[in-house]
Design a protein around this ligand. Structure first.
Ligand SMILES: [Zn+2]
Length: 326
């Protein structure tokens, strides 16, 4: 699948702290191989997507001495060898632009990889478009979760997690601590759809607290993609106040686990087990505000109902500490 190839080709590593700056390293594009039945539960949770995964990405990357590719240095990105592994020359890649907009509420939409069935290349722009219908919200898409390690994160008001680190380690300790500080210090955090599976649910224990609930592969994943009604569970919260229930076409997630205190704003009833599941909820984290929704499987999931866009916009504003627009 194209999205998988893009996912791995876009993989970059930040090594912050090197000479006091972030060094951006190009990575060798790993070979792709079809996977018949790799990680059990993961594969069962989505049907219809071609399942491919990087072949030994981390192992190969760890053996390759990568030439530094800095902006303005087109000569960089050469071939280097270690332990018999050879990396093909790669063109230099500019780091994402993290300079914030001059005005407005600054929203950093972090994407760049996901489960192969999730077309983040299309859903990220769709989400940005929906959010910017509130002209106060200025959204920048960055296609590398490792930006979470950047000291420039504090220049932004809201971070949206719109990725799942499919079969590779999530952003490392520096990114984790930086994100934690960002939210605990009073900024906003939003998570959409499979971001509940970032850091593989358990790779970073604190993520369970930060996200409120995380993907538990031992639970049934979701109802088949289809139409369901999203009910407003809390009509008094600033995000959902005055909102009417709405129908959407999406995956009704039944896979969240966790015991952090959350306030459920919207819910839906599974057609499979007839139980109610949270579709959107909020929680406090230090001085920060977190909004987490499991809606957003694909582009139409964002656009098929005006209710979805309204929920996303209002939530984004709330996490930023500004009044949700009507
Ligand atoms: Zn999905």
């Amino acid at each position: 699948m194209n999205e998988t190839m893009n996912m791995t080709a876009r993989s970059r590593t930040i090594l912050a702290g090197l000479l006091g700056t972030c060094a951006w390293l190009g990575t060798a594009a790993p070979a792709q191989e079809p996977v018949s039945s790799p990680a059990g539960a993961r594969d069962q949770r989505h049907s219809g997507a071609a399942l491919v995964r990087p072949s030994g990405t981390a192992a190969v990357a760890s053996k390759i001495l990568l030439a530094e590719t800095t902006p303005g240095n087109p000569a960089a990105g050469g071939v280097s060898v270690s332990g018999g592994e050879v990396a093909a020359a790669k063109p230099p890649v500019s780091p994402p632009d993290l300079a914030p907009p001059a005005v407005g509420t600054k929203v950093l939409l972090v994407t760049g990889l996901d489960y192969p069935g999730h077309p983040w290349q299309q859903t990220a722009p769709a989400l940005k478009k929906l959010l910017e219908e509130d002209p106060r919200l200025k959204v920048r898409i960055v296609e590398d979760p490792n930006v979470l390690a950047s000291p420039q994160l504090t220049d932004w008001d809201v971070v949206i997690l719109h990725f799942m680190d499919w079969e590779q380690p999530g952003p490392g300790p520096e990114a984790r601590e930086n994100l934690k500080r960002f939210v605990a210090g009073g900024k906003g955090l939003m998570l959409t759809h499979f971001a509940c599976g970032a850091w593989d649910g358990n790779e970073w224990p604190e993520f369970r607290r930060l996200a409120g609930r995380v993907w538990d592969p031992k639970l049934p994943a979701h109802d088949p993609l289809g139409k369901f009604r999203v009910e407003i569970a809390d009509p008094e919260h600033p995000i959902t106040k005055g909102m009417a229930p709405f129908d959407t076409i999406d995956e009704l997630y039944t896979c969240l686990a966790g015991d952090a205190p959350i306030q459920v704003l919207a819910k839906a009833t599974s057609k499979v087990d007839h139980k109610d599941y949270p579709m959107a909820f909020v929680l406090d984290y230090g001085k920060g505000r977190v909004f987490h929704t499991v809606l957003g499987h694909d582009v139409q999931a964002y656009t098929n109902s005006p209710g979805v866009g309204a929920l996303m916009r209002r939530a984004c504003a709330w996490t930023a500490g500004i009044k949700p627009a009507r």
